[in-house]
Design a protein. Sequence first.
Length: 364
Amino acid sequence: MRGEAHLIVGEEDYLVENTAREIVSRLLKGTDPFFGLEIADGRAGNQDEACQAVRKCLEALDTVGFFEGRKVVWLRNASFLGDSQTGRAAAVQEALSLLADRVRDGLAEDVALVVTAPAADGRSSFFKTFSQHGTLHDLRSADTPWQAARERASRVAAIAEGMGLAMSEEALHVFLERVGDDLRTAAAELEKLALGIAPSRDPSADDVMRYVTGSPAALIWDLGDAIGSRSLERAVSILNTLLYRRESPIGIAVVLQNQMREWMIYREALDNGWLRREPSGGGRIGWRWGDVPEHVAESLGSLKKDPRQAKPFRVSRLAEQASNFSMGELRRMHAEILRAHEALVSSRLSPEFILGMAMVRMLS
């Protein structure tokens, strides 16, 4: 019986590391990891370091353990498996060929090999050897943005489920908006969320807003929420946090301009009856897009993001926020943030003063 050989590839180090640890834990069940696991650091800045890492791995595979039980060799974070200058070096290719031969010929029954890497050239013989004679765990992100977003949502949902959290689609959507792309950060924030809502295991969207720390992008989203709920104090507080974190004042102004335009679209839809209230589950009432005139459908469809294609939670949130203002108020607020943008470019006044006064004028 051949020993197991695993190649785990992916840009997301949290996912790759966790997959590797699960495999190592299974392989060493009943064996003391202190004696059964040998790790070779695969981070290499040049071809000499890469060759040294592979040689160490080969030596570990050949070394007989002093104690009974399975031995696992982990070539960890191999940075030279992708299509790079170091990876293409003849010496590195020769070393990898030796390791691939070992996998192809079959490892001893009581020896296992685990290789993790942030990238790997799928055309290489090394990659194909694990695909044909070992186990390949391809955790690389999808090529298209929508596929990558769906994969990320699925992975975060799986982490949450592993922690015993039952996240609704709405709560998951808000969580992904707030946390960003890093799975390690997502896992840490899920742990914090679980502690915050304990003993409950069913976080709501409001729970996510309360306990999950937002990324800078999420904070800008929170600023829009604060303005949309007409909360001047909260809006100024979030604005000051963003500026303290050295977020671009002009970038903030541009985001708010886009937010005002979005609210104006929703306000017009509300005034014309194109949005309607419907039950959205859990006894709550949400907003849904209905039929719109043909010329309006063409206009909405020509936008970068058709508002009718937004998630139900976001549609309801934007409709509720737009309902807090008249169209006249929204036009005045849009003009105010445009003036602030111009002042940020041409005035010597501080961004804190310019944007802060814009908040006061918009919400007073």
